[in-house]
Design a protein around this ligand. Structure first.
Ligand SMILES: Nc1c(C(=O)O)ncn1[C@@H]1O[C@H](COP(=O)(O)O)[C@@H](O)[C@H]1O
Length: 163
């Protein structure tokens, strides 16, 4: 039987997938059950409400939301659920993602969104943060994160003149 998704990976547009696929890659590498979906506060507001309102009872533990420009998606999702929301600012063409970053980060007190860096690194880190949150209740996942960090540290020291 397929397990229920623990992480919801959503994005405002299909054009965000190039960035958000880096979060998906992390979730897949750690073998986390997740679902992915295009949801937009602007273009599909009813779907957004439905998605956010049902997230908790559907068993989602973390939502990763990527959006660019007037990036209202993460904040609006957070307004409608108590499931933790991690926001990924997509690098926009007009303002290089600074618009996305500020739209996601500058939430009013009371409705938190954990904001990551702009673009690929932010998406990757959102995936890793979701894994860390889930690992609080999963010892074997914790061990795998420790292993990931060890491998990463080793790789960081590979010198460019080595072959
Ligand atoms: N920021 C939002 C929201 C939202 O916040 O709900 N919905 C779409 N968008 C963003 O519009 C940008 C351009 O979208 P298109 O490429 O589809 O024109 C995308 O980065 C998307 O996240």
């Amino acid at each position: 039987m397929r397990q229920k998704p623990l992480v919801g990976l959503i994005m405002g547009s299909r054009s965000d997938w190039e960035t958000m696929k880096h979060a998906a890659e992390i979730l897949e590498n750690f073998n986390i059950q997740y679902e992915k979906k295009i949801v937009s506060a602007h273009r599909t507001p009813d779907l957004l409400y439905q998605y956010a309102e049902s997230a908790e009872e559907r068993g989602l533990k973390v939502i990763i939301a990527g959006a660019g420009g007037a990036a209202h998606l993460p904040g609006m999702v957070a307004a409608k659920t108590i499931v933790p929301v991690l926001g990924v600012p997509i690098k926009s063409a007009a303002l290089n993602g600074l618009d996305s970053l500020l739209s996601i980060a500058q939430m009013p007190g009371g409705i938190p969104v954990g904001t990551l860096a702009i673009g690929k690194a932010g998406a990757k880190n959102a995936g890793l943060l979701a894994v860390s949150i889930l690992a609080n209740n999963d010892v074997s996942l914790k061990e795998r994160i420790h292993h990931f960090r060890k491998v990463q540290a080793k790789e960081a020291l590979v010198e460019p003149w080595e072959n």
